[in-house]
Ligand binder design. Structure first.
Ligand SMILES: *Cc1c(COP(=O)(O)O)cnc(C)c1O
Length: 366
């Protein structure tokens, strides 16, 4: 029996091993481990890649979102709207600022529904945090229209969408700020935790560079109480080695996703791609009414799959105080019951994808 693993990070490392080890050695000898050449160079290269004037390296993707909200002045008494079908960090970063989490339902594209966003806005709404789930950019034109109408700040959760485009613009190039994750499970990843913020605003950039570094203006003067959340030199150097290869890897994600789409058409619910969209398939998520049985069938035949994510955020124990109930967000709740993420990474072979397709077809024939 064949086995198809859900992720296989070691394979990417082996291709880049010499380059990474040489860099590690160089940095280790230099003694400059934090906030030095590699970090600054990566910030410039990442900003250029996204087509945004500024990028700021931080400790992880969650901090990227939290620091962005804080930089935009979100705090106690404010409300921030996000979606219920995301990783928990999309929600807790809002709570951490002291603001209230407000959810709005998603559309069939699994991303924020701009019409539902409009309904969720109140006089207290300060910001909106759309998520580009699975590497597919949300309908930002419509979301930005609502944001302009109600004077809301926009923070893109681009953790899953590095390199994705919509109407020619990259994820991270739409909002007042965008937070990216360099976590090992993301398309561009480092060997530990890492994150990046992009912003078009030089003042926000200057604020973020201080707030990630304790609020220090210089070595001795603390302008405001900040945080310690920096992208260290070794991680930045690894990100720099990988960034020039990202488009090629994302193309591979898209090629393999295309193979899945073709093979599974009419067999399971497959993600759509509208004109102007260029998703990067951080996840390839299918939908099936007998999801749990399908997952067990695949597992028994060596195919590892995951559910991202089985419990909607408004039904998490942590959300108990927010007053939401089952049935509040029917689209997101239905997604949580039917979605299944299939193995997908650049090192996966066509054979592997075909085996997964055949195994799913075999399930539906039963
Ligand atoms: C991964 C992820 C985050 C958090 O990123 P970390 O680097 O793990 O802190 C936030 N939002 C979404 C949608 C994510 O997938």
């Amino acid at each position: 029996m064949k086995t198809v693993r859900f992720v296989d990070l070691g394979r990417q490392y082996l291709r880049l091993r010499t380059e990474i080890l040489e860099k590690f050695d160089e940095i280790s000898r230099s003694g400059d481990y934090i906030l030095s050449r590699e970090g600054a160079a990566f910030e410039q290269e990442f900003a250029d890649y996204c087509g945004v004037p500024h990028a700021i390296g931080v400790g992880n993707g969650s901090d990227a979102l939290l620091l962005s909200l804080l930089a935009l002045g979100v705090g106690p008494g404010d409300e921030v709207v996000t979606v219920p079908n995301s990783f928990v960090a999309s929600a807790w970063v809002i709570a951490r600022t002291g603001a209230r989490i407000v959810f709005c339902d998603t559309g069939e594209d699994m991303n924020m529904d701009p019409a539902r966003l409009r309904e969720a806005v109140t006089p207290k709404t300060k910001a909106v945090l759309p998520v580009h789930l699975t590497g597919r950019v949300a309908d930002m034109d419509a979301i930005l229209k609502v944001a302009r109408e109600f004077n809301l700040r926009v923070v893109e959760d681009a953790a899953q969408a590095v390199g994705a485009r919509r109407n020619g613009r990259r994820a991270g190039a739409f909002g007042d700020c965008a937070g990216f994750s360099l976590h090992p499970l993301k398309n561009l990843h480092v060997h530990g935790d890492g994150g990046v913020i992009t912003t078009p605003d030089p003042d926000i950039c200057a604020f973020l560079k201080k707030s990630r570094n304790h609020g220090l203006r210089n070595r001795d003067e603390c302008e405001f109480w900040g945080m310690n959340s920096r992208l260290d030199e070794v991680q930045a150097a690894i990100a720099r080695i990988k960034l020039p290869r990202l488009d090629e890897w994302n193309e591979r994600f898209r090629t393999l996703a295309g193979r899945y789409r073709l093979g599974l058409e009419g067999v399971a619910g497959i993600p759509g791609e509208e004109s102007g969209e260029e998703p990067v398939y951080h996840r390839f998520m299918i939908r099936h009414e007998q999801r749990d049985a399908l997952q067990a069938h695949l597992a028994a035949r060596g195919v590892e799959t995951k559910v991202n994510y089985p419990i909607p955020l408004h039904l998490q124990p942590a959300a108990a105080g927010l007053g939401y109930r089952e049935g509040d967000f029917p689209v997101a709740e239905r997604l949580a019951r039917t979605i299944l993420s299939l193995p997908l990474y650049p090192e996966l072979e066509e054979d592997d994808v075909d085996y997964v397709i055949e195994t799913i077809k075999d399930f539906t024939r039963r």
